[in-house]
Design a protein around this ligand. Structure first.
Ligand code: NAP
Length: 704
């Protein structure tokens, strides 16, 4: 953080408040105060102190009040709140832009941090409602039958952690950094304590204030510690989770904390990373890939003034094309690298977040030069070319003769800085050089060759969390090397920390425990809320329906339909003519259905057999309830398996059971998955699958 002295009589901003135990809090008589300055002007923008903060109380409040209020909601309810929150923040984002300029961020940088953060909430909201059940237990994977008769089963479930999600964030993304972790924890139902980095924590504070003002957040679901919180981990135990983002050095010290080592605190880290952009040997100077590569590298080192954990630090190119790459990068920086006031629309590179950061970057660049780098552009000699008042640093391009120089694979100059390295032109050589980074968040591989892409993917995959393959076809549509997208994993192995903060519903599961549960079908049905084969069912037959002694489950709206509601059809016999007619009508005259001799010679069939799709179509006819009713649509089948062949003169019946009911929180209907099982006249299983339907919440549908 910056600690420039202020004139004695300058009015000082109040201490930046924290939000703990349901109230805004400031220290009464702070002794240790950090001053935070505007990155462009050096003026004081915030004073930060946590002297006397009740960290233990905040943790306890989350574990009690936060857990209770979030636990009253289900996954879809919480996901919907995220959408409303995103809409609210979207309406107020200009306020955040205004505050964020002081961190050195340009208008384009706001799109990454503020709009990016809001977009992440939207994505999690929609993925949470589409891909997760409207429940508080998530089933993971298939049921395993553990006894011959099916009375003992096993499967996996996720349930939320009972403690608090502590999120310690880096200074470079004060909004996105918070929201990308808050969103999955919130969907999981785990309360958050967010601890932003001191130099830009005032932007996070403004965002948290908006989130609370929205009135949408359940009590205790979000607390904020503005400033240092060195004792935070002392209060955590096996119930809790720490998601850290920052430098590898801080991650190491936190990982070594006794409560992580001995008390079972779950700890994940996203740390620094020496990400590579690799030009494959098929790229020539006049190919579209060359231009796309150069544009991508320059964008990566200029956006956010290069203060991105994903920024390209190592540009790895075939030795023979290296001079052309260096020349093109210099030319592009000359055109696009305008260092200046972030409020000026012409500026593409604002100042670094603080003068301390600028000094740190200068130190790192000097280390790289001492290790043998040639300065191609920028560097210490050009410091006088950038504005002198704030924390500015020139766009700096280095090159190394020896691509294996250790420093270039170890020193992260966290600013607008990158280094160009040459490789022999062999994929194996490029892979080896990339791997010297010790594990990275992301790499770009620029190639138009699927064969080379495959070689790189298997070569560098294990060293990276994400690999972007860039070519002429995706150059314009790509979301870019440096942009983690909430749909895909963000994180990387080794030095990058090993975390996976994002990645769609995978991220939600970081805040949950996976447990294997074993038991009878009835017990597992009770635990998961999903009907299991062999569990108690409420069975009706066609005869019951026709006699009026039973109601077809398709006549039940979500008000009355229950898992386990089951319909068992009559048997229907398949005739040879049915098979031949189906072959004729559909054009599917595959020999197994039409040629007795060839079918009999096939190892799987006794003689000519019915088409699987004929059986599935017949099953629909066997279970259908044709009159208009609460079942609004059939939107697909899942997990279809044909098990026992059906030959002519066999008969089939279908058993259809309501397996999973997911009411939508925003619609007048929900999804119902039906377990469908076809059996033959000997009760052998012919086929199994799930029928997916949309079912009205009420029937007849009530007028709004
Ligand atoms: P940092 O110095 O490691 O600090 C990160 C966070 O840790 C800050 O909130 C800091 O709080 C806190 N902290 C430090 N020591 C602590 C302790 N003993 N107990 C509890 N909290 C502690 O990193 P930074 O300078 O803010 O961020 C820059 C680094 O983050 C770069 O290396 C960058 O590559 C990395 N980064 C990685 C990712 C990723 O996703 N992989 C994303 C962004 C940034 P104070 O500020 O109050 O000290």
């Amino acid at each position: 953080m910056s600690t420039q002295n202020q004139a004695i009589d300058t009015p000082q901003p109040q201490i930046l408040p924290s939000f703990v135990k349901g109230a805004w809090w400031r220290p009464e008589d702070p002794q240790r105060v950090a001053d935070v300055c505007n990155a462009t002007t050096g003026e004081l923008v915030a004073r930060v102190s946590t002297d006397g903060i009740d960290t233990a109380g905040a943790v306890e409040y989350a574990r009690t009040v936060g857990q209770a209020s979030l636990g009253q909601l289900r996954i879809h309810d919480r996901a919907l709140i995220l959408k409303q929150l995103a809409q609210y923040l979207g309406e107020h984002k200009e306020e955040l832009y205004e505050i964020s300029y002081a961190t050195g961020a340009t208008a384009k940088d706001h799109l990454i941090d503020i709009d990016g953060g809001i977009g992440t909430l939207f994505t999690f909201s929609s993925k949470g409602r589409r891909e997760l059940p409207n429940a508080n237990v998530i089933v993971d994977g298939a049921v395993e039958q553990l006894s011959r008769d099916g009375s003992f089963l096993g499967e996996h479930i996720y349930t939320r952690l009972p403690g608090v999600a502590v999120q310690i964030n880096a200074f470079n993304f004060p909004v996105w950094g918070m929201l990308e972790k808050f969103a999955p924890a919130f969907i999981a139902g785990v309360p958050t304590i967010v601890k932003p980095a001191t130099p830009t924590g005032y932007v996070t504070e403004a965002c948290v204030r908006l989130m609370l003002d929205s009135g949408l957040l359940p009590e205790g679901s979000l607390q904020l510690i503005s400033g240092s919180a060195r004792d935070l981990l002392d209060h955590l135990d096996a119930r809790d989770h720490v998601a850290f983002t920052g430098s590898a050095a801080t991650a190491r010290s936190l990982r070594a904390h006794s409560h992580v080592q001995e008390k079972g605190v779950r700890f994940t880290a996203e740390t620094d990373s020496l990400n590579a952009a690799i030009m494959a040997p098929d790229v020539t100077e006049d190919s579209p890939e060359f231009e796309a590569f150069v544009k991508s590298v320059v964008l990566e080192i200029t956006a956010k003034a290069g203060q991105k954990c994903t920024a390209v630090r190592r540009v790895i190119v075939p030795q023979e094309i290296k001079p052309a790459v260096v020349a093109a990068l210099k030319e592009r920086v000359a055109q696009r690298g305008v260092v200046g006031d972030p409020r000026d629309p012409a500026t593409t590179v604002g100042p670094l977040a603080s003068e301390d950061q600028a000094s740190e970057v200068l130190r790192s660049v000097r280390t790289l030069i001492d290790a043998g780098a040639t300065v191609e552009l920028g560097g210490p000699e050009e410091l006088s070319s950038v504005p002198q008042d704030g924390a500015f640093f020139p766009v700096t391009l280095l090159s190394f003769d020896d691509a294996r120089t250790p420093a270039v694979h170890e020193v992260e100059a966290f600013g607008p800085v990158t280094s160009v390295l040459g490789y022999s032109g062999d994929v194996a050589d490029a892979v080896e050089i990339a791997a010297l980074g010790g594990g990275s968040l992301v790499a770009t591989v620029c190639t138009h060759s699927p064969e080379l892409a495959a070689q790189f993917a298997s070569g560098i995959g294990a060293h990276h969390g994400r690999v972007l393959f860039l070519d002429r076809d995706d150059a314009k549509t790509s979301t870019g090397h440096g942009s983690p997208v909430p749909h895909l994993v963000h994180g990387g192995p080794g030095r990058a920390g090993g975390g996976e903060e994002l990645g769609g519903v995978r991220a939600v599961k970081h805040y949950m425990q996976r447990t294997a549960v074993q038991g009878s079908p009835d017990l597992l049905t009770g635990i998961t809320g999903q009907w299991h084969w062999g569990a108690t069912a409420n069975t009706v037959t066609r005869e019951d329906v026709e006699n009026g002694t039973g109601e077809h489950p398709f006549r039940k709206s979500l008000e009355t339909l229950r898992i386990g509601d089951q319909f068992v059809s009559d048997l229907r016999t398949v005739k040879l003519d049915d098979i031949l007619e189906f072959a004729d009508k559909t054009g599917d005259t595959f020999y197994a259905h039409t040629d007795e001799e060839a079918a009999t010679a096939n190892p799987f069939f006794p003689r000519r057999v019915a088409h699987g799709y004929l059986l599935v179509s017949w099953a629909a006819g066997l279970f259908v309830e044709p009159a208009p009713g609460p079942v609004l649509a059939n939107y697909g089948l899942e997990n279809l398996r044909f098990i026992t062949p059906v030959t002519y003169d066999d008969a089939i019946r279908v058993t259809l059971t309501a397996k999973k009911i997911t009411p939508r929180v925003t619609d007048e209907y929900g999804e119902v998955a039906w377990d469908a099982r076809l059996t033959n006249q000997k009760d052998e299983i012919v086929a199994t699958y799930d029928v997916l339907t949309l079912v009205a919440k009420q029937w007849p549908v009530r007028e709004a």
